[in-house]
Design a binder for this molecule. Sequence first.
Ligand code: EPZ
Length: 422
Amino acid sequence: MEKFIIEGPTRLCGDVNISGAKNAAVAIIPAALLVEGICTIENVPQISDVKISCEILKELGVKVEWLTPNTIRLDTTHINSTTAPIDMTSKFRASYYLIGSLLSRCHSAEVGSPGGCKIGARPIDQHIKGFEALGATVTVANGRISAKADKLVGTSIYLDTVSVGATINVMLAAVLAEGTTTIDNCAKEPHVVDVANFLNTMGADIRGAGTDLIKINGVKELKGNGTYSVVPDQIEAGTYLLAAMATKGDVTIHNCISKHLESLTSKIEEMGGHVEELPDDSIRVWTDERAKKCNIKTLPYPVFPTDLQPQAGVVLALADGTSILNENIWESRFQYTEELNKMGAHITAQGKTAVFEGVESLSGAPVSASDLRAGAALLIAGMAANGKTELSNIALIDRGYECIEEKFTKLGAKIKRVDVEE
Ligand code: EPZ
């Protein structure tokens, strides 16, 4: 087991390249199962959730070839199973996309219950509602989810809650269905649009992704033989910009889409930070003053993303004044605040609301990541804090960030990855 040893305080300065989006890549890789043949996917982040997705595809008979560290070629011509290994699917959330993909291509899917960050209940009732509306029979038993259909027929589906996972999964199941499907009250996140763009590149007929209503005209097959590049990671980009704010730094991120970051950059300006959009898909954020207090509410895109909430919490913990953070997506996404309080923060979290009484500085301490984004937040806190921070459970961070310590070290951070036995 590994941990990070972080020496602070550090003022982060310099340039960082943003990788492909985790939440797009972990959907596009299983979506390739809909293609009868070969597809090449570029800008794929080297993260553990991607690696395990590829291992599962191999188990299903897919030929997986890494052409470069960030480009994979998938040959799905000879799928020979529709049952994904339970021990592998329980390691991450996006394994649920195997259901929509295998149901669509093979009319049969069996996967273990999905794993993922412990940040709330995480039901999949809306996924199942969509599959059943298209004509599938879904059973959930013994830690497994199985879905079967003689045929899938297009229909109109209204999602009771705005869900990234359900929007993408039902879209996957509808691509090869007979007739037209409409999905209403959809999630509009950049990764939803990216999956639709990937499928359309491979021959699907999906319209309206990025709006509340998606329309899918079923097609006979996806021929593939195409190449698609994964969208830059909105959340990784935001993590580096908030790290600049927490360390009173000056950071320029490259290969990002500023439109995807508007809800964040407007909050950074409210906190007193300076934001400069640069011509070549880059954004610079800098400050040399203490952040100002600021209230934040998380909601589905395009409002402030829940996956940047813990990282923003570090800035609020060090801000001048009292800030309120409302987490409207997940029931228990404030576990990191207990760890920040060990570093000298003054945060009171209750249910979906946390009150941050800003402090002048944090001090290094042994802390532990409870989930992926909490881990990123504590890494930022360690860089801002005085002294040494020992951050454990960092395998959770490797699930979603490519080369995080190398990238932060390039910005001046002092981070060492050590084996606990050492
Ligand atoms: C995706 O999770 C992301 N994960 C999460 O990112 C992200 O926090 C979340 O969307 C919200 O943006 C991936 O893309 C792999 P949802 P997902 O379905 O799909 C309720 C990260 O850090 N709901 O949009 O699981 C649910 O309880 C991770 O990268 C139902 O009630 O989230 C929640 O309150 C963490 N029934 C809300 O909807 C359903 O069937 C949003 O969940 C599905 C969801």
